[in-house]
Write a protein that binds this ligand. Sequence first.
Ligand code: C5P
Length: 205
Amino acid sequence: MIIAVDGPTASGKGTIARALADRFGLPHLDTGLLYRATGRQVFLDGGDPDDPADALAATGFPEALLADPHLRTEETGGLASRVSIHPVVREALFQRQRAFATQPGGAVLDGRDIGTVIAPDAQVKLFVTASVDARADRRWKEMRDRGITVSLEEIAANLRRRDERDMQRKDAPLLAAPDALVIDTSALGREAAIAAAIEAVESVA
Ligand code: C5P
C-alpha cells in the first residue's frame, strides 16, 4: 500500500506521515529532505539556486548530508523551495522517490506532489493543510524549543512566500490531488489529526 501525504510547510503532514508509518509498519520518506539537501548543497558549492544547472549538479549531494541539522533551518527551506522550481531537479529526484514508493510491502511518502506526480497510483492520498496563522504559530514554537529566536511575523511572511512559490510553479505545483482527502489541522490537536488520517487509511485497507 502506498500512502501519499501532501501539504504546505508546517501543516502537520510530517507528523501525520510518521504516525501512519509507525501504525502500519511501513517505511517513510520525507521527500522535502531531498529538496532541502539539494538547496543546502548549492549553497555549499557556492552555486546559484535559481540557475537550473547549478541546482541540478547539487542533486548529487552526498548521502550523509541528509542527516545534517542545517537541513532543518528556514534558510535551507527557502533554498529548497527555489531549487525545487526547476523541472530538471524534479526529474533528477523522481526515480529515487518512485523506487521508494513502489518497494514491496508499501511505503508512506510526504511532500508536495506525491499524490499527483510521484505516486498518482497511491491507494491513500491525504492533503494536510492549515491556516497560515496556525502554521506560523507551530513553526514559531518549534523554533523556540530549539533555542532559535525569530519573530512570528517573520515566520508568517516566510510561509506565505514559500506557499506562493510552491503553488505558482508550473511543474508539479503544490495542489491536492482530486481524489485526496483534505485534513485541515488548523483547529485539530495532534492526536485528532492522526486519528483522522488512520481512519482514512483503514477505510481503504
Ligand atoms: O516539506 P519541506 O518544507 O521540507 O520542503 C521544502 C521545500 O521543498 C518545499 O517548500 C518545496 O518547495 C520543496 N518540495 C517539493 N516537492 C516535494 C517536497 C518538497 O517541491 N515533494
